[in-house]
Structure formats: C-alpha cells, structure tokens
Design a protein around this ligand. Sequence first.
Ligand SMILES: Cc1cc2nc3c(=O)[nH]c(=O)nc-3n(C[C@H](O)[C@H](O)[C@H](O)COP(=O)(O)OP(=O)(O)OC[C@H]3O[C@@H](n4cnc5c(N)ncnc54)[C@H](O)[C@@H]3O)c2cc1C
Length: 307
Amino acid sequence: MMAETYDVIIVGGGPAGITAAIYTRRKLLKTLLISKDIGGQILLTGYLENYPGFVERSGIALADVFERQIKELGTEILVGEVKRVKRVGDRFKVISSEGEFLARVLIVTGGSSYKKLNVPGEEEFFGRGVSTCATCDAPLARNRVVAVVGGGNAALQGVELLAKYASKVYAIHRRERFRADEILVERVRGMPNVEPVLNSEVKEVRGEKKVEGVLIKDVKTGEVKELMAERVFIEVGREIKLDYIKHLVRINKIGQVIVDREQRTSCRGIFAAGDITDLKYGQAIIAAGDGAVAALSAYDYLMEKGR
Ligand SMILES: Cc1cc2nc3c(=O)[nH]c(=O)nc-3n(C[C@H](O)[C@H](O)[C@H](O)COP(=O)(O)OP(=O)(O)OC[C@H]3O[C@@H](n4cnc5c(N)ncnc54)[C@H](O)[C@@H]3O)c2cc1C
C-alpha cells in the first residue's frame, strides 16, 4: 500500500512542534504531527511561571490547551515513535511505530531530556524538591538552603542564579575543579552564600515527606556525610536522541542539530526547532518561537518549490 503523503510531518509534540503545527495549519498545509506524547518536557513542569499569557501554572494544563488548539486547526496527530527517516527522491519517508508516511518537508522537534544521577530519592522527590532546571525553578529556592549538582556552565549559571534567592547554595561537583568558564567560576566563588563542595559525589537524596538533604561521598577519602538542603538542582547535562535523523543532518560536537536563523538544517527540506537544536537556552517560549520560524520557513520552501 502507498504511504500517505503530507505537506509537512512534524516530529515531536512539545512547545516547538505544537507551535509549528499551529503555523503550518494556518497556511493550510496538510500536517501530520507524530509524537510520543503531547506536551513534551512541560508535562514534567509543576510550576510554569514564565510562559506569557499562561497563568494556570501547571505544565500539564498548558499541554491540554496545546492539544485542543492544534486539533481545532485540523492537525492530524499520531501518538507514536519515529524510528527512522529516509530520503526518497524529493520526499522524506518517515518510519514510525504506527506506520510509514511521506512528507514534502520535515520539521524535527524531538527535544531533549535532562540527565539524571540515578540515585535513591531522586525519582521519588522529582518535581517535589528535586529539579533539573534552575532557570525554571529558582523562585522555589527563596530563603532556603539548596544544593546544585554539576560542574559545567549550566550548573554554575544555576548556582549564580539560585544564590540570589536562596539563603545558601552548596555547589557539588565530583571533580577537583569546576569545568565551567573560569570567569563564571570566579564570580560564583566570590558569592558569600555559595559553598563549593568538590571531589564529591551525590549518593542519595534524603528526606521523609520532603527533601531534607543529600548524602555525599568524598571521592578521594571515601568519607560519607549528609548536607542539609531543602531543594536539589541536578544540572549534569542534557541528552538528545537523534538516531532517526542523524544520518541526514549536521550535528555539532555536543550532539545538537545545527540550524540557521530560519531553522534550516544542513539538509534541504528538513527544518528543526527547540531543544533539539544548537540553541543556547532550553525554554518553552524559545522552543515555541523557533517552532513558528521553522513552520514559516517550511512554507516558504514549499512555495518556492511549487509545493
Ligand atoms: C522539570 C522541567 C521543568 C521545566 N520548567 C520550565 C519552565 O518553568 N519554563 C520554561 O520555559 N521551560 C521549562 N522547562 C524547559 C522546557 O520544558 C523545554 O525547553 C521545552 O519543553 C522544549 O520544547 P521542545 O518542543 O523543543 O522539546 P520537548 O518539550 O522536549 O518535546 C519534544 C517532544 O518530542 C517527542 N519525541 C522525541 N523523540 C521522538 C521520536 N523519535 N518520535 C516521536 N516523538 C518524539 C517527545 O515525546 C516530546 O513530546 C522545563 C523542563 C523540565 C524538564
């Protein structure tokens, strides 16, 4: 049987993919959105306080609005996983867990996920004291003692931000030195309420009903002790899964899809947006904005080609 052809197939149903669908449908492009879920990472966001026009706070509530909006605009939605994309002439064949489809253009918005520590207590308290996004959850640290885990730029930017809210910030890193830019390290070291805890691995997030502290092990001496902290921010990097597309588009050395200002990838006809790309800040509103650009660029591309 011939696979059905769409003007656009969007991979991913987070803020980038949803916004792309709104724009492609308003241009009356036949659009299929394939995603493992509708909402993406915002489904994990208990308090979404920085998305303009949205004051419900919970990410799940925003995901519900997303779904309603793209359905009303006539987007076809398929809940499933894209396994592989192949070039077939001037089309793209999208092989998913739910079947195969053809597209004239592809908008890839597969997002990212934050790496975890995989220690006891982390999962249990996730979203209830354990966070993977200091930028998102810093206000929750107001007047509290908090711990940040990680030694790169994201972690130390998190420390710097949290130090403005928290009464004290432990900056825990498993190596002798932080990996972040020296200028950032110096700034953080100069903050009176920041205490670096180096050569230390977090072994457990502890607490009865809420987070009360972290158990750390000194990697040199083996000594184990508990640090009291009411919030734990895990900033040990992000993971982007690109198996289905990496043979078609250029990727940078940290595994992000390279795009230009029009969200074009290195492959004609493939656009990308959101956390999957080489953007600097992983935020819902930025992903949404880039999704809109990707859709408009995809439309221009189709018009130039004569659709
Ligand atoms: C705990 C937490 C709290 C956050 N809080 C905030 C906040 O307060 N404010 C803020 O602005 N940002 C926040 N963020 C960040 C924000 O959620 C992300 O920057 C944003 O969701 C990125 O959008 P995206 O569409 O690029 O990707 P994602 O939201 O990651 O969505 C990607 C989508 O693609 C799907 N997908 C991936 N691979 C495939 C595949 N092979 N086949 C089919 N589907 C696939 C996924 O299932 C998902 O639906 C938070 C993130 C986390 C984890």
